[in-house]
Design a protein around this ligand. Structure first.
Ligand code: ZN
Ligand code: ZN
Length: 270
């Protein structure tokens, strides 16, 4: 890590009539943005100032990233319908003997691979362009998509390489649609629980603080129950795990909690 400049990707821009290759920050200053949004061939729309995209497409990009984050856990669940540890699909370089072979849903697995690839390509370029960026601690695809949606949509929409914006946009459009379709094959049922989220969130000053979200239980089409937070779609744990944690955090587990526990953990091994 002695020559960080060598790692930076260079972008082709025209300065004083000559084409030069510059790293992101310098290239962005020299970038000339077209007047029209790049995503409307038939009905031209004015791009936002200093951006390749119109305001509607900027919001669309944000919601596509949010969708990837939102549907990622659903696809993890759908991946191993027999009730296995689908989350292990994101682990790489393991010993391979932690979990027995599972019946894997091949279509879902393909969609997840495409989503992971698209998100990592986007994140990879972002790190090259802006090496000062700090990634979330959790490098899961859903978490990274959520991170991009929250903080880096403008970076994408104003990127000096219009080809990059275009490629990311088309990729995400396809992937978000496929993920949504796969997720809705087993629509979840939501049930309110009187409980607080136990995870951390990042406040406006960038500090990690306890999440103030409320949780609800989601029963998926396959019967599995997960506990989800009202504020952050990436805050989500299997019901048995959540009740175990909630039990430890509540000094005197109340009757309602016991009832819920019975209701949601029926048929599961203790
Ligand atoms: Zn547009
Ligand atoms: Zn939360």
């Amino acid at each position: 890590m002695t020559t960080p400049l060598e790692l930076e990707e260079k972008y082709r821009v025209t300065v004083g009539g000559a084409v030069v290759l510059l790293p992101y920050t310098l290239a962005k200053k020299q970038t000339v943005y077209a007047e029209l949004c790049i995503f409307h061939d038939e009905e031209p729309a004015k791009a936002a100032p200093g951006s390749h995209l119109c305001p509607a497409c900027i919001e669309w990009l944000r919601s596509a990233l949010t969708d990837v984050a939102k549907y990622w856990p659903d696809l993890e669940d759908a991946l191993a319908p027999a009730g296995g540890r689908a989350a292990s699909a994101e682990r790489v370089g393991g010993t391979g003997d932690l979990y027995p072979p599972l019946p894997i849903n091949g279509e879902v697995s393909d969609i997840m691979r495409a989503a992971r690839r698209a998100i990592w390509l986007t994140v990879g370029k972002l790190i090259q362009d802006r090496p000062e960026q700090r990634l979330p601690l959790d490098h899961g695809t859903g978490v990274l998509a959520d991170w991009l949606a929250r903080w880096h949509v403008e970076y994408l929409a104003t990127h000096p390489s219009v080809e990059h914006v275009e490629a990311v946009g088309w990729d995400l459009a396809k992937i978000a649609r496929q993920m949504r379709e796969a997720a809705y094959q087993s629509p979840p049922i939501e049930v309110d629980i009187d409980g607080n989220c136990h995870q951390l969130m990042i406040n406006s000053r960038g500090e990690r603080v306890p999440c103030t979200g409320k949780v609800s239980a989601w029963t998926q089409g396959d019967g599995r129950v997960v506990i989800r937070c009202s504020l952050d779609i990436t805050h989500r744990v299997p019901a048995d795990q959540w009740f175990a944690t909630a039990g430890r955090r509540t000094p005197r587990p109340n009757r309602a909690m016991e009832t819920l526990k019975k209701k949601y953990l029926t048929g599961r091994k203790a």
